[in-house]
Design a protein. Structure first.
Length: 163
C-alpha cells in the first residue's frame, strides 16, 4: 500500500477512539500490516534497496530526490485527506497517533536498511512475511492495484463515518 492509504487508515482508527491515543497508535501499526497483506499497487523506490541491509546501497543522486518527493507527496496527500475527513479538536491527538502508527512500519524499513540489528531484523522479517506476494505493479496489473486502494480508502472513510 502507499503511504496515503496507511495514513488514512490510521487516522480513521484514531477518530474512532478519540480518548485513547496510545491504542490508536497501536491499532494504526496493526492496520499497516493488515493492509500490506492485501494485493495492492505501490510505486518503486529507486534510491534504496531495503533488502541489502545497509545505507551504503542508497544512491545519493536524482533517484534520492525523486524518492523523497514521491514519498513526501504521498504522505502529504494522506495527511490532507485524513484531516479533511477526521479533523476534530477533541480527537486530534488520537487521529495523529493513529496516522503515525499507520505509516511507521514503512519508515522502520528505512531504519532497518541503515541499522540491520535486532529487533529491527525481526520486524523487517515480519513485514516481509506478512506483505502480500502479489506485486501488482510488477505483474502488469497496476490499474487493479490502484482500484483496490481507492476502494479500501473509500470503505475505511465510510466505515469510520458510520461508526
Amino acid at each position: 500500500m502507499i503511504g496515503t492509504t496507511h495514513a488514512i487508515a490510521g487516522a480513521a482508527i484514531g477518530s474512532l477512539m478519540p480518548t485513547h491515543p496510545v491504542a490508536a497508535f497501536v491499532f494504526g501499526v496493526v492496520s499497516h500490516y493488515a493492509l500490506d497483506s492485501v494485493p495492492h499497487w505501490d510505486y518503486p523506490l529507486y534510491s534504496v534497496r531495503v533488502h541489502k541491509g545497509d545505507c551504503s546501497s542508497m544512491t545519493m543522486r536524482r533517484a534520492l530526490v525523486r524518492d523523497f518527493f514521491n514519498v513526501g507527496f504521498d504522505l502529504a496527500v494522506g495527511v490532507i485527506i485524513s484531516f479533511m475527513f477526521f479533523y476534530n479538536p477533541a480527537s486530534l491527538i488520537a487521529v495523529c497517533a493513529g496516522l503515525v502508527g499507520g505509516v511507521l512500519p514503512d519508515f522502520l524499513q528505512f531504519v532497518y536498511a541503515c541499522a540491520p540489528r535486532t529487533p529491527m531484523k525481526y520486524l523487517q522479517q515480519f513485514h516481509h512475511w506478512i506483505h502480500t506476494s502479489h506485486k501488482l505493479r510488477q505483474e502488469g496489473k497496476s490499474a487493479i492495484g490502484i482500484v483496490y486502494q481507492v476502494a479500501i480508502v473509500v470503505a475505511i472513510i465510510a466505515m469510520a463515518k458510520i461508526f
